[in-house]
Design a protein around this ligand. Structure first.
Ligand SMILES: Nc1nc2c(c(=O)[nH]1)N[C@H]1C(S)=C(S)[C@@H](COP(=O)(O)O)O[C@H]1N2
Ligand SMILES: [Mo]
Length: 328
């Protein structure tokens, strides 16, 4: 059961990144309940199999210990982030450490399941198992609800989190907006001079002239979100303009490419809701924030908000035919 809960916790954790922002709350809620259920079950495990494993001096028992430590650390860090009790130190944010601990359980989990002497048998799914699973689920749910009520009652920072679990940071204050990359992208040394849209070079100033103010929230998978007044124009609008000039065929999707090579595909039907952006709060985008031109993609998580856009090209590949999160 512990193993299944861990799979559920990892699945819902990653799932909350991938789904549209409006659908994230159920994923984060189940994620929290699964984490707390793991902690509820852990003492049983330590009393039983872990102890006897130690007495018998089973090989790999230190890996078991590592597995346990990683699981407990992941849950503790998750709670620290969720309540806002501890944000971490510098780049080592509580959520980032939570992910590190959580992901490190995956190889350990595979090893653990692969090497354990007793295979789960059909008897496992008897009446007693169902009852105890229901008890653990109810207990964990009650604890999570209790935590939410407490956090709200005492006005802890965790009370103001979004459904995605992100804390609000630097809203309407572009100067304080964090500068973040998905993996290792760096701000290009030279600013983009033209953005190629469907084969046609367009100057950032031309894009800026077509924008209007759009209030939208950037919600990073790193645990923060920030609302800004962006100067934005729908991609659909800019593409229509390009099509008027050279009458291109439509294709299946549009790929938005960064100067760094980072890119994302968008379905043609979504292009009214994905915007090219040149400024925020009445000033041009800073280089770190993707200037001169970035994407603003309301309702989608940070990885979709491609920075340093150099090219927008029509593609024959359907948008669903890409990894749900960028590979680099
Ligand atoms: N080219 C490029 N664009 C990118 C990324 C990246 O790594 N490379 N990271 C994305 C992620 S994960 C986030 S949260 C936002 C961060 O935008 P900010 O630095 O303006 O806060 O940029 C997005 N756009
Ligand atoms: Mo992010």
């Amino acid at each position: 059961m512990l193993e299944l809960l861990l799979v559920l916790a990892i699945g819902t954790g990653l799932g909350s990144w991938v789904v549209p922002i409006d659908w994230a709350r159920p994923a984060t809620a189940v994620h929290a309940v699964a984490g707390v259920a793991i902690v509820l079950l852990a003492p049983l495990k330590i009393k039983g199999p872990v102890r006897s494993g130690f007495r018998r001096g089973r090989p790999g028992r230190w890996l078991s210990v590592g597995f346990g430590v990683a699981v407990v650390a992941a849950v503790a860090l998750g709670i620290a982030h969720a309540t806002g009790a501890w944000y971490g130190v510098g780049t080592w944010s509580a959520l980032w450490l939570h992910l590190l601990a959580g992901f490190s359980t995956i190889p350990l989990l595979l090893w653990h399941v692969g090497s354990r002497p007793v295979r789960p048998a059909a008897v496992d799914v008897g009446r007693r198992a169902v009852l105890s699973a229901a008890t653990v689920a109810a207990g964990a749910t009650a604890l999570v609800i209790g935590k939410e009520l407490t956090v709200t009652a005492i006005g802890a920072p965790g009370a103001r989190r979004a459904g995605t679990g992100s804390h609000e940071v630097a809203s309407f204050d572009p100067a304080a907006l964090p500068v973040v990359s998905w993996f290792d992208d760096r701000t290009p040394a030279t600013a983009t001079e033209t953005v190629t849209i469907a084969g046609r070079p367009v100057e950032p100033a031309t894009i800026a002239a077509a924008t209007s103010v759009l209030t939208a929230t950037l919600d990073c998978t790193g645990g923060w979100r920030s609302t800004q007044d962006w100067d934005a124009v729908p991609l659909a609008h800019m593409l229509r303009r390009a099509a008027e000039v050279d009458g291109r065929r439509p294709g299946r999707s549009v790929r938005v490419i960064s100067a760094t090579g980072y890119s994302r595909l968008f379905a043609l039907g979504d292009l009214e809701h994905v915007h090219l952006c040149t400024g925020y709060g009445g000033e041009p985008l800073r280089p770190g924030h993707g200037g001169p031109v970035r994407l603003v993609a309301p309702g989608r998580r940070g990885p979709w908000w491609v920075k340093w856009v150099v090219r927008v090209e029509v593609s024959d590949r359907p948008a669903w035919l890409q990894l749900p999160l960028p590979p680099t």
